[in-house]
Design a protein around this ligand. Structure first.
Ligand SMILES: Nc1nc2c(c(=O)[nH]1)N[C@H]1C(S)=C(S)[C@@H](COP(=O)(O)OP(=O)(O)OC[C@H]3O[C@@H](n4cnc5c(=O)[nH]c(N)nc54)[C@H](O)[C@@H]3O)O[C@H]1N2
Ligand SMILES: Nc1nc2c(c(=O)[nH]1)N[C@H]1C(S)=C(S)[C@@H](COP(=O)(O)OP(=O)(O)OC[C@H]3O[C@@H](n4cnc5c(=O)[nH]c(N)nc54)[C@H](O)[C@@H]3O)O[C@H]1N2
Ligand code: SF4
Ligand SMILES: [Mo]
Length: 686
């Protein structure tokens, strides 16, 4: 190896939450390190050699010619390279002035997907937000899906119940509005989803409920294509039928409360009513019902097709109801609850039990109807809060904002009103272009890291990677940038608890390359020693199923709450779907607004009948329209999508679907934006 100058570093990919094990080949050239290649690590205990095109593109991302290298400050309308001192001094002075005259809530913080995969950076961002004491915290929670924690809270009395299929044992798996073959799972890490799903379909049944015959549906044993947003009806029908016959008696008697109210709520969902509402063949519904009745245990996995719809909460509720009624919760062959690796839920003497009406806090002043959920404000309220003059500075930590938030046109003009827009990024974006401060961060190959979202894993594990290469230019670790900003605002963040033990020895100033010291603190309360994780790269603890801590929690709860009133009310208020509705979808070679240079295009999938009615041909530009705006992409006519659904991907600055999404259209319980099931019209592009 030494003679070729090529070394191989074992790491893990942090483009998405599947955190595949990778081997990175680096050429140590006197002119600088060159990242040559990323390939799958066959010895990795979870991903076993799997990678996708996004992970394999890390060398291209790292060496992207536009990568940010220097802190920039807007002077007289132009971004200029200045050193860290000048940039951070200016930023801190301006934030201090804003806080002094308008209060801490005038500073908003967005913890975007970019910092979401940077463990020390993310924890330091939380510490900064706590130190500033601003309630104006935003994250992808309210633009991705709030239904999962909400339903965990309302039905299970604890938001931290993170439920997922027991892939090793499940013989009957239903996907609703998720396409893991492309996405690798929603709120669940599925490297090599294709292999996992094939295996389950071989030994049992996999059903996909999706308006599109997706890549995942192609591997499934059954597919149902209801009209967008009507999945709740299909699940309500299954729950209704199980309550008539097939529900587990023992569970009904000892582990479930309010079953009568659940039965009353789903009573209207007869086969005929459901078939008409969802526009599916009644015979297909009966086949699915019979399969469910015959299955014994099962698991239902939902994705963004569900969590972004108006019916998000009720659909998630009924998915859980189905798993509870079949005695699948906390059972092999059903679903399990992740206890956490960096934190350990089973070590709590008693998990807190939340009130039946849920847990919410006060929201932003400009949007009285929007509440805070999980300590965050709805992303959909950001533009209004800026327009109202309540938020005057925004710290954007690795976020796409305009391609991610609803009503991009309104947000764009709101951003122009800000006194301060500071963006921590690795590449220039349409947000850095309008920022007052641009803070260049190390990319994932330039920093050591651990798996922050270990609860999304399919097992109880953690990973560590060293930095693969040295950072170029003046790029710094996100945690260092935030700690230095905090220090200038009078907060010693390096001395704070950022997830682990308060390390006595690294308070005060910390060298910018002390990534490992920060990671040790992030992992301070973890199951294994950080020093051992550094050596091994991967640590795993046994998975307990059934888990005693879940049963103990249910004992204290008194059984699953089968019919939370808020959800019963939302179900009763559901209205009929519109004739033509926009639905979201992920594409293989980009992640949200990232990696669009790999060649994915804004292809809009249309059923040939819908296209013919609008006079649109295959491969022609099509304009999708509603009262807010238009988005234009290339039409692809295909019978893989059902009539009445228009599938539009997101993440393209030049074909931004968020010109159509409405920041006023939020879930009244949680503030989640509606991105799925928007009424639209289509026409050939002018
Ligand atoms: N209409 C519509 N809107 C949607 C969605 C949809 O389906 N439809 N999906 C929603 C979902 S699920 C989500 S999660 C959000 C995502 O929205 P965002 O959280 O805004 O995510 P990205 O667009 O991925 O932007 C991430 C940014 O981080 C930067 N970045 C990459 N690596 C690093 C790094 O190592 N450090 C730092 N500091 N930055 C880095 C990238 O360059 C990129 O600009 O969008 C939501 N918006
Ligand atoms: N390649 C790639 N991978 C990604 C991402 C990416 O951008 N690209 N993004 C990552 C992020 S941030 C997230 S949150 C996850 C999301 O992961 P998933 O939720 O699995 O996302 P999708 O692959 O878009 O699958 C959503 C499916 O819902 C369907 N759908 C739309 N509307 C409805 C509806 O009303 N009912 C039903 N039943 N189905 C509907 C769509 O047709 C689509 O097949 O993916 C992650 N992984
Ligand atoms: S699925 Fe792809 S993007 Fe996600 S971690 Fe694995 S290689 Fe990276
Ligand atoms: Mo997401």
């Amino acid at each position: 190896m030494a003679d070729t100058g090529v070394r191989t570093v074992r790491s893990f990919c942090r483009v998405c939450q599947s955190v595949c094990g990778i081997l990175v080949d680096v050429h140590d050239d006197p002119a600088g390190e060159r990242v040559l290649r990323v390939r799958g690590d066959r010895d990795h205990p979870v991903s076993a050699g799997y990678t996708c095109p996004k992970g394999r593109a890390l060398p291209q991302l790292h060496h992207h010619p536009d990568r940010l290298e220097h802190p920039q400050l807007r002077v007289d309308g132009t971004l200029r390279n200045v050193g860290w001192e000048a940039c951070l001094d200016d930023l801190a002075t301006r934030l201090r002035t804003i806080i002094d005259s308008h209060g801490p809530q005038a500073v908003g913080i967005f913890l975007g997907s970019g910092i979401g995969m940077d463990a020390a950076g993310y924890r330091m961002a939380e510490a900064l937000q706590t130190a500033i004491a601003t309630p104006a915290k935003f994250s992808p929670l309210t633009i991705d899906g709030t239904a999962k924690p909400l339903v965990a809270d309302l039905m299970g009395g604890f938001m931290g119940l993170s439920c997922r299929a027991d892939h090793d044992g499940v013989d009957f798996l239903i996907y609703v509005g998720s396409n893991p073959v492309v996405s690798h799972g929603h709120a669940l890490a599925m490297p090599n989803a294709t292999g996992t799903i094939r295996e389950i379909a071989r030994r049992g049944q996999v059903w996909v409920i999706d308006p599109r015959h997706t890549e995942t549906a192609r591997l499934a044993t059954g597919h149902l294509a209801p009209r967008p947003g009507t999945d709740y009806a299909v699940l309500a029908y299954l729950v209704r039928e199980l309550l008539v016959a097939g529900a587990d008696r023992d569970i009904m008697e000892h582990r479930a409360v309010d079953a009568e109210r659940l039965a009353a709520a789903v009573e209207p969902f007869t086969c005929a009513h459901t078939a008409a509402l969802a526009d599916v063949d009644p015979a297909a519904l009966i086949r699915l019902r019979d399969a469910v009745r015959g299955a014994g245990r099962l698991a239902v996995e939902t994705g963004t097709g569900v969590t972004m719809a108006r019916s998000a909460n009720v659909t998630q509720w009924l998915a859980w109801a189905l798993m509870i009624l079949t005695d699948s919760m906390n059972r092999p062959g059903g679903a399990w609850f992740h206890p956490g690796y960096a934190y350990q839920l089973e070590s709590f003497p008693a998990l807190p039990i939340s009130p039946p009406e849920g847990t919410f806090g006060p929201g932003p002043r400009s949007r009285p109807e929007a509440r805070s959920f999980l300590g965050e404000w709805p992303c959909a309220a950001l533009a209004d809060e800026i327009d109202a003059g309540n938020i005057r500075a925004l710290v954007n930590l690795g976020g796409g904002l305009l391609t991610a938030f609803p009503n991009a046109a309104a947000l764009r003009s709101a951003l122009d009103r800000l006194d301060v827009l500071a963006t921590l990024e690795i590449l220039p974006t349409e947000i850095t272009a309008v920022s007052t401060h641009v803070l260049p961060a190390k990319d994932q190959l330039e920093r050591a890291d651990v798996t922050l979202w270990d609860i999304l894993s399919t097992n109880v594990s953690a990973q560590y990677t060293p930095a693969v290469v040295a950072p170029a230019g003046e790029r710094r670790s996100a945690w260092w940038v935030l700690a230095e900003l905090g220090r200038r605002l009078g907060h010693d963040l390096c001395d704070r608890d950022i997830g682990g033990d308060i390390g006595g020895d690294i308070g005060g100033y910390v060298a910018p390359d002390a990534d490992d010291a920060m990671l040790a603190r992030v992992m301070g309360r973890a199951r294994g020693e950080f020093a051992d994780l550094v050596v091994a790269g991967y640590q795993e603890a046994p998975r307990e199923l059934p888990a005693a801590w879940v049963e103990a929690h249910l004992d204290r709860l008194g059984g699953w709450r089968m019919a939370p009133q808020a959800l019963v009310d939302q179900l009763a208020a559901m209205s009929s779907p519109e004739p033509l509705m926009l639905v979201p979808r992920r594409q293989r070679r980009h992640l949200n607004s990232q990696l669009t240079f790999l060649g994915d295009r804004a292809e809009i999938l249309l059923h040939p009948d819908d296209a013919a009615m609008a006079g649109i041909g295959d491969g022609q530009p099509v304009t999708v329209r509603n009262r807010l705006g238009t988005v234009t992409g290339i039409a692809r006519l295909t019978t893989e999508i059902r009539p009445g659904a228009v599938s539009v991907p997101h993440g393209y600055p030049g074909a931004n679907v968020n010109l159509l999404t409405d920041d006023a259209d939020i879930d009244p319980l949680t503030g989640m934006t509606r991105y799925s099931g928007l009424p639209v019209s289509i026409a050939p592009a002018q």
